[in-house]
Design a protein around this ligand. Structure first.
Ligand code: NAP
Ligand code: SF4
Length: 682
């Protein structure tokens, strides 16, 4: 078969070994690394991703070389021989499937979330409450020995190599940058001194592991923080570590404390590959591009344009473990695309949970949530084609059931139909493309414009045609109870969020949004607008990224544009606006609105609406918001019209999932998970 992606599937020769394709499954902390008893599960997780035609190389989640380098007190550490056999479970599983895997050595330095953290200087990170201790000369030498020891143990565990993590603002990066290294000795001051730690680690690791062992160096191509390294230093470091034994450069974009988004949905596809292109002029070994690459077309284009020699994807392999196989078979339309939401991966990790994936709840639960072929095929009716209904339908059909999916509107998607209209969330369309393809592949019969009444539900339950009836009718926007004058809530200026996002009702220049949850933020983003096709140069200017990457940290003054609308976002609670947004993405959404002068009012009492506008009290102080439109984004209630009036017996034989079951704090993560778990049981 002629490949649609010839560059992606060209092997990469490293001299002593060959990678079968140009795809790297980048490092992603799953949470399983931190418990040696979970290494069987971790082995299953990697094996699933490398089975068939998997990525040319995998990098594990970060493993620290000593206790103080861990992200938490119980982080996975490889510092003693006793732990080697646990790691062998992983390497055996991957090698059995003909894959290659490197272990990432991650020392978090001042980003560690515990008392015993160390760094170049005793400077607290703005995103951490713990203050690091400054290492002395003897301790620095011990740190280097710990890195080397860790690499040697990784080799004993049969890893194909290691990745030395020197980006994202971690330990090695903290020595490199003047922001965090204020030392006066031979490890600080001039760049030759600041890069000494990185060079010593690579040099001594190479000496210890020999030539036939891959060393990947994850280099920070742009720090995106003040006092970050300028390009001249980055290039100098790259040349220096190449000369002492690195085989491949992986790239890192931005420190964790940077206030420029680098991985969230709104970051344009392949936004940073111009920097890997620039590095190619400085070094001669392969370079890997990373960040916001999630489909084979983008990956192929990066390679075709010679912006890098390989592409790295981490989250896309959670979303679809068979990404490479599908691309290889020219079945890209079957890929379950990562939508960069972070909701089930990074947000869960930062909440201390094991990660999974919003669009693929089997991620990291490969041995628990299993879609076996059924021996007793059933006829299943599913009512409602939002994320919950689509998931239960496609997974049940994949298992061999006969599924009919009824949808009241003229298209599938439910709340996703609105989400995909938000600037920066167009990847949500890919999830719909995936569901459409799965329905076609597994023969789900879709009936659109089929608004099922409670009588029809009763008939479905009582009749012979269906063995199981699933109700996934989703949610309706909550109407609110704000006193009004004669014109009041029926005033044409009052709109619900579906009227704005789906029906595209006209909205004026001055807007008040009632409700500051995820939807309120989304509607504000929608009203600020953005072109369909994002201009990368403009995006760089807006966020203050130097397009030449020369400036320290690649930072320049951001360009300020006058906002398209005057927006006020309101909530009754006195807690910070945006508190309910995703842990790792909320700050970027909020910063975007702040840059556009959106007023965020908290502790608000809604007094009334009239022709003048919205009358409120903010922390007790009366104010009139003179606006053209008031948009209600006050949460949802379950859409239960198809079943609320049914008697208990009928109700007990229905499967009610997603927003139809509980609307509060509903998100697609819960809806899809419920759909998948139900489908696995049916
Ligand atoms: P939500 O997060 O529950 O927010 C509802 C908002 O409406 C709150 O600000 C609430 O604040 C206000 N509200 C509730 N009842 C009200 C009432 N009777 N009168 C006036 N205001 C009222 O719901 P959502 O924004 O519709 O989002 C739904 C789900 O989708 C959530 O789970 C959300 O996390 C998820 N989502 C997330 C994102 C994202 O993270 N980017 C985007 C979209 C959706 P007060 O009660 O303080 O007034
Ligand atoms: Fe991608 Fe969201 Fe899944 Fe994370 S949870 S892998 S960001 S789709």
């Amino acid at each position: 078969m002629i490949s649609n992606y010839p560059n992606l599937f060209t092997p990469l020769d490293l001299g002593f070994t060959e990678l079968k394709n140009r795809v790297l499954m980048g490092s992603m902390h799953t949470g399983l690394e931190d418990n040696l008893e979970e290494y069987d599960r971790l082995a299953d997780y990697f094996a699933e991703r490398v089975r068939g035609d998997g990525p040319g190389l995998i990098i594990t989640g970060g493993i620290s070389p000593n206790k103080s380098g861990g992200i938490s007190p119980n982080s996975g550490t490889l510092d003693i021989v006793d732990n080697v056999h646990y790691h062998k479970k992983i390497t055996q599983a991957v090698h059995k499937e003909n894959g290659k895997i490197c272990m990432q050595i991650l020392h978090t330095g001042r980003y560690g979330y515990h008392n015993d953290i160390v760094s170049a200087s005793a400077i607290k990170a703005p995103i951490n409450k713990y203050v690091p201790r400054e290492l002395n000369e003897t301790e620095i030498q011990q740190e280097i020995r710990d890195f080397v020891n860790c690499a040697v143990l990784a080799k004993d565990a049969n890893y194909d190599g290691v990745e030395i993590m020197a980006s994202e603002g971690y330990f090695i990066n903290q020595f490199l940058s003047l922001r965090t290294n204020k030392r006066q000795d031979e490890w600080g001051g001039c760049f030759e001194n600041r890069m000494r730690l990185a060079i010593e680690i690579v040099k001594r690791t190479r000496e210890a592991v020999g030539d036939h062992f891959i060393i990947v160096f994850r280099l920070s191509l742009m720090d995106l923080v003040e006092e970050g390294c300028p390009w001249v230093e980055i290039a100098q470091l790259a040349k220096a570590v190449e000369s002492v034994g690195v085989n491949i450069f992986n790239s890192g974009i931005g420190w964790h404390e940077a206030r420029i988004p680098t991985i969230v949905t709104s970051v344009p596809a392949a936004a940073f590959t111009r920097a890997t292109r620039k590095l190619k002029e400085e070094v001669s070994i392969p370079i890997i591009a990373t960040n916001r690459i999630n489909n084979p077309e983008t990956a192929e284009e990066i390679l075709r344009q010679n912006h890098s020699d390989m592409v790295s994807m981490a989250r896309p392999f959670l979303a679809d473990p068979h990404w490479v196989q599908k691309a290889r078979d020219n079945r890209a339309d079957e890929i379950n695309t990562c939508i960069a939401c972070n909701q089930a991966c990074l947000d869960q990790i930062f909440s201390g949970e094991t990660m999974s994936c919003l669009v693929n709840p089997r991620a990291a639960r490969e041995s628990e949530l299993i879609y076996t072929q059924t021996n007793t095929p059933k006829n299943i009716a599913v009512i409602g084609a939002g994320p919950a209904g689509l998931t239960v339908s496609t997974v049940a059909a994949q298992r061999g059931h006969q599924v009919t999916l009824f949808e009241a509107s003229d298209d599938i998607g439910g709340q996703f139909r609105m989400a995909q209209r938000i600037p920066g969330k167009s990847d949500f369309k890919e999830t719909m493309r995936y569901y459409r393809k799965m329905m076609e592949r597994y023969g789900v019969e879709l009936r659109l414009n089929a608004d099922i009444s409670s009588d029809q539900v009763k008939e479905m339950v009582d009749g012979e045609q269906y063995d199981e009836v699933v109700v996934s009718t989703g949610v309706l926007p909550r109407s609110i109870d704000i006193p009004m004058s004669a014109s009041g809530i029926n005033h044409p200026g009052v709109l619900t969020y579906p009227e704005v996002l789906l029906k595209r009702k006209k909205v004026g220049k001055r807007v008040a949004i009632i409700g500051s949850g995820g939807i309120g933020f989304d509607v504000a983003t929608f009203l600020l607008g953005q072109e369909e096709e994002v201009d990368l140069d403009k995006w760089y200017r807006q966020w203050g990224i130097d397009p030449a990457f020369e400036a320290p940290g690649a930072l320049i003054e951001p360009e300020i544009e006058s906002p398209k609308r005057q927006i006020t976002l309101l909530q009754r609670k006195a807690t910070k606006s945006g508190k309910s947004l995703g842990k790792t993405t909320g700050w970027a959404h909020k910063l975007h609105l702040e840059k556009n002068d959106v007023r965020m009012l908290i502790d608000v009492i809604y007094d009334r609406m009239d022709e003048q506008g919205l009358h409120v009290r903010v922390s007790g102080e009366p104010e009139v918001l003179e606006v053209d439109n008031i948009i209600i984004c006050a949460g949802q209630i379950s859409n239960d019209s198809a079943f609320a009036s049914l008697d208990k017996e009928i109700l007990s034989s229905l499967h009610v999932i997603g927003g139809a079951s509980i609307a509060s704090e509903l998100d697609a993560k819960r809806a899809i998970l419920q759909g998948a778990e139900l489908a696995a049981r049916l």
